[in-house]
Design a protein around this ligand. Structure first.
Ligand code: NG6
Ligand code: CA
Length: 515
């Protein structure tokens, strides 16, 4: 009887395997590869050896660059975090949403749960979807319940699995959140979070500098966690507090575990590292390794993490079957609010490479970032000058996986992402702290904007000037020569196009005030 059942079973199996073609076209690894976005926080255009850095060596990330496509005109939509991440996930320009600006840790979810997103689109195509790392897109629908279900969040906008930090490493709450719950929370020690006022009796960076091991330079003088003064006030949740120096390892383990548990069907992983954003807290294994201080050390740490992560894909036999995108949410900043020797030990390193400006800036270094696409055996290694942007992932990955979804501002430039051609977008609106500018072909046009030309505390040129700026980025990548008066026809054409998209705007002041 037993044998008969077995042989009957094998007959059925045989029948099934004969009647189904070996590779189902629609679900083959060609059309449904795993997709991983490795996203760094504040990594500059010049921070990788693959992009010309000579004072830092990033061999693991360079391997993606030399084995894939290294884009020289790859952009985040914005010069700060929240808006760039909003655009990456939704395919919508962030300046269309007035709330898409640097969020406090208590902000409600910024993405409408009805909005199409990259993970939602891929989920509908049969993907398992996960996020590990920095979120910074708000949680909850009003006041989040840190001690209960923190919802809506990533799991309500398309992620099956989430393991995140809520906002930034320098903002409270300084705890990991697993799906909708604070990881490791002791119910007898509830968490309280407030961005307006302190909790009675709790020390702060401002009043208790003797309790800090990292000193604040500007901002960052509220609650002290692990000796580091943060933005925002927090109380309780002692068992759940993260360890800053093992954060990279911790997220790596979660990302590796996600890959291992999803190696049977296509997956999408948005892996958002915290490096090299402040506070820079390299693991002791990396302390002093770069010679550039903690900022350089955490870049080396991130490079190691990328190497380990790619190794996991390899070990799982998934590397040929996985499209990896590597990029950054905005450009570089040295002193972003702590005394951490980033300026003092920078030496001759140029975090922005040849670009002008930095984080918070409408000048190139604010938004033009390292941008790599790697797919072993599928992509012809090359450097590409195509104009590409993170806002294009939604529509392009939809095209790749057979979905007809399109993001409002997201273009199908799949062929450029796969290196089949070097035709990217024709134009792009970039954003920096509420201000916008237009890239069109080789030119960048920055309309007049109010506000300081230099953001003092971080010492970065903002791109704010009372008059129009026009640069030919092909001949003048460092934006040294304003052509506005010399090429009036080009300027006029770009102003008209810009106003057609953004609307006629009076020069507005930027949102940011760094004290
Ligand atoms: C700024 C912080 C800066 C950083 C930034 C967000 C101050 C003075 N500065 O407000 O340190 O946290 O916000 O960075 O608080 S981002 O990469 O997440 O956009
Ligand atoms: Ca950032």
């Amino acid at each position: 009887m037993y044998t008969r059942i077995l042989s009957f079973g094998s007959l059925i199996l045989l029948a099934i395997s004969c009647s189904t073609p070996k590779t189902d076209e629609k679900n083959s690894p060609e059309t449904k590869p795993n997709i991983v976005i490795i996203y760094l926080d504040d990594l500059g255009y010049g921070d990788l050896s693959a992009y010309g850095a000579t004072q830092l060596s990033t061999p693991n990330i360079d391997r993606l660059a030399t084995g894939g496509i290294r884009f020289t005109n790859g952009y985040a939509t914005s010069a700060t975090c929240t808006p760039s991440r909003y655009a990456l996930l939704t395919g919508v320009y962030p300046w269309r949403n007035k709330d898409a600006k640097i969020l406090p840790g208590t902000a409600p979810l910024l993405i409408d749960t009805a909005q199409m997103t990259v993970p939602k689109m891929l989920k509908a195509q049969g993907y398992s979807t996960g996020i590990v790392g920095k979120w910074h897109l708000g949680l909850g629908s009003g006041v989040a319940d840190w001690n209960g279900s923190i919802s809506p969040g990533p799991n309500q906008v398309g992620f099956d699995y989430s393991y995140i930090l809520a906002a930034t490493q320098d903002r409270v709450p300084t705890v990991y959140i697993h799906n909708d719950r604070v990881d490791n929370l002791d119910p007898n020690d509830p968490i309280e979070v407030d961005y307006e006022k302190n909790f009675e009796g709790e020390p702060t960076g401002k009043d208790n500098p003797e309790l800090t091991t990292m000193k604040w330079h500007h901002g960052h003088n509220n609650s002290i966690v692990n000796g580091i003064p943060r933005i925002g006030f927090m109380k309780g949740g002692k068992a759940a507090l993260w360890n800053d120096t093992t954060m990279a390892d911790h997220f790596l383990q979660k990302a590796q575990a996600f890959v291992k548990s999803n190696n049977e069907k296509p997956f999408f992983l948005y892996y958002a590292l915290q490096e090299p954003h402040v506070p820079r807290t390299p693991n002791p294994r990396f302390v002093g390794k770069s010679g550039l201080g903690p900022r350089g050390d955490v870049i080396l740490e991130a490079d190691w993490v990328v190497g380990e992560f790619v190794k996991t894909l390899e070990q799982e036999g998934l590397l040929e079957n996985t499209l990896i995108v590597f990029s950054s949410d905005n450009g570089p900043v040295l002193n972003d609010g702590y005394y951490d020797d980033a300026v003092e030990k920078n030496g001759t390193h140029t975090a922005a490479g040849p670009l002008r400006g930095g984080k918070y800036s409408l000048l190139e270094a604010g938004t033009r970032v390292p941008f790599l696409v790697y797919w072993k055996g599928k992509i012809q290694p090359q450097a590409s000058d195509a104009l590409v942007c993170q806002v294009d992932f939604l529509t392009s990955f939809a095209a790749l996986t057979g979905s007809s979804e399109k993001g409002q501002d997201s273009e199908n430039i799949l062929d450029a992402f796969l290196g089949k051609n070097q035709k990217g977008r024709e134009n792009l609106i970039i954003e920096a702290t509420g201000r916008t500018a237009l890239r069109m072909g080789d030119y960048m046009m920055i309309p007049p904007h109010k506000g300081n030309p230099v953001l003092q505390p971080v010492n970065i040129e903002t791109g704010n000037l009372p008059e129009y700026q026009l640069y030919n980025l092909k001949t003048d990548i460092s934006q040294t020569k304003n052509l506005a008066a010399l090429e009036p026809d080009k300027l006029k054409e770009m102003i008209q196009f810009y106003e057609g998209i953004v609307g006629v705007k009076s020069p507005e002041a930027g949102e940011i005030e760094l004290k």
